[in-house]
Design a protein around this ligand. Structure first.
Ligand code: UDP
Length: 426
């Protein structure tokens, strides 16, 4: 017997565990998004069950976060880390486990919100088997990503086909920036419904710490020019561009620049190899004395780094949204970022930071130096960044907008059902 709760939502993120440690092994923005959206909607009274796959034998099956929100890990393939490009063959097992869970618990989810193309496939298959409303957030689009990476994986054909079918068949796609909305139309399909609801950030956690206090805590001197990067070690993040840019900074000669590159990595894994590559470039350019690699930065310490920095740099070749940029802005730190997709939306050039062409270390060096040379302008950019984030990017407002979308889709589905039954009765 199914327990039909109209406000029950399955937030599916096969590859991005919302309870994972963030900052390494493909755990980044998507994991944060799913967790924060789950919590924000739980606060608004929705029953949020966040489904992911078990990636380690020691992981517990159910992790409660809030009376209305929990992570549920389904057994899918071996209980070990499997890269996104190798997960597709395990999806039928995930689907079967999801259905088994519903049956065993006597639960039914009228709304399924899927994340990334792998989960889109699960949602679309589920929709063939039971009535539901599917909302989807892509996080990353193959059609855009494959234009900016050298290596195109074997799974690309499958991914592009699923992404197109998803846009054309699900009830609504949530684009996180107007740029994504445009790309969906130009590069994926003219059919299908989209709505723009951005990602958010935690306004309490980020912001509010004076720069000097944060520096004291981290042991960074008041006169240092601190350039900060945080994120996964992944070639598409363009960390090499940042290192080459810092090597050209005029402040390097004055001995004032401090380059902090935060993010976790595991030796032997893809992120470990990228970290080794970056360490080699740092050594080749003679930047070892001024560069610090603090490793994975937990959110309990990350706010100190954002607040201490003079500038936060996001040099990605491709960035669907870029949570790091709005976390830095919330912390009143200006951002120098690549002039690509999500970053074109979050950063207002000359107002909250600066944009530079991706992979162009000369342009990045010039932009970083403009901010380092002018502390009062740096502060103005910081204040404007905080204002922008308060207005446009809080998780609460993201949660409210998603909640309204779910309600509208439910009303429309109910109306459609009513119309159909009237036609059949006539
Ligand atoms: N992050 C973190 N610690 C680290 C590295 C990254 O907490 O050491 C977090 C960062 O604060 C942000 C997320 O990981 O919330 C990265 O999201 P973003 O959208 O910038 O990049 P993605 O990982 O999705 O490519």
């Amino acid at each position: 017997m199914f327990q039909t709760t109209q406000n029950r939502v399955a937030l599916i993120s096969v590859d991005g565990d919302p309870s994972a440690k963030i900052g390494q092994e493909e755990a980044g923005g998507q994991n944060v998004y799913v967790h924060q959206v789950g919590m924000a909607l739980a606060e608004q009274g929705w029953q949020m069950d966040m489904f992911t796959r078990r990636s380690c034998p020691r992981q517990t099956t159910i992790v409660p976060h809030h009376p209305n929100c929990r992570t549920i890990r389904l057994n899918t393939g071996p209980a070990e880390f499997i890269g996104r490009d190798h997960l597709f063959d395990y999806l039928p097992e995930f689907l079967a486990e999801f259905q088994k869970f519903q049956q065993q618990q006597g639960l039914y989810y009228p709304i399924v919100h899927t994340n990334y193309w792998l989960s889109a496939w699960v949602g679309m298959e589920l929709k063939k088997r039971q009535p539901l409303i599917q909302v989807h957030t892509y996080h990353s689009l193959g059609a855009v990503k494959y234009r900016s990476v050298g290596h195109i994986p074997v799974i690309a054909i499958q991914r592009l086909a699923v992404e197109q079918a998803c846009l054309e068949t699900v009830d609504c796609v949530v684009a996180t920036s107007p740029q994504e909305q445009k790309h969906l139309r130009i590069l994926v399909s003219y059919n299908g419904r989209t709505e723009m609801i951005p990602c958010g950030t935690d306004l309490q956690k980020f912001g509010g710490l004076p720069r000097l206090e944060a520096r004291e805590k981290l042991g960074i001197t008041p006169d240092a020019k601190m350039v900060f990067y945080v994120g996964r070690f992944d070639q598409r993040k363009g960390i090499d561009t940042l290192v080459k840019a810092v090597a050209q900074s005029t402040f390097r000669d004055e001995g004032k620049v401090k380059l902090v590159i935060g993010g976790g990595s595991c030796p032997g894994y893809i992120d470990g190899m990228e970290r080794d590559r970056i360490t080699t470039i740092v050594a080749e350019l003679g930047l070892e004395d001024i560069t610090i690699f603090p490793g994975r930065l937990d959110h309990s310490v990350l706010p100190y780094y954002y607040s201490a920095a003079d500038v936060c740099v996001v040099p990605s070749h491709y960035e669907p949204f870029g949570l790091v940029a709005i976390e830095a802005m919330a912390s009143q730190t200006p951002v120098v970022a690549s002039d690509v997709r999500g970053l074109q939306f979050t950063i207002v050039p000359e107002v909250t930071g600066l944009l530079a062409p991706p992979k162009n270390d000369v342009a990045f060096a010039a932009a970083i130096d403009r901010i380092l040379a002018n502390p009062s302008w740096r502060d103005e950019l910081g204040v404007a960044g905080r204002e922008r984030v308060e207005i446009a990017f809080s998780w609460n407002s993201v949660g409210s907008r998603l909640s309204q979308l779910y309600l509208r889709l439910m009303m429309q589905a109910a109306e459609q059902y009513q119309n159909q039954t009237q036609i059949l009765a006539a």
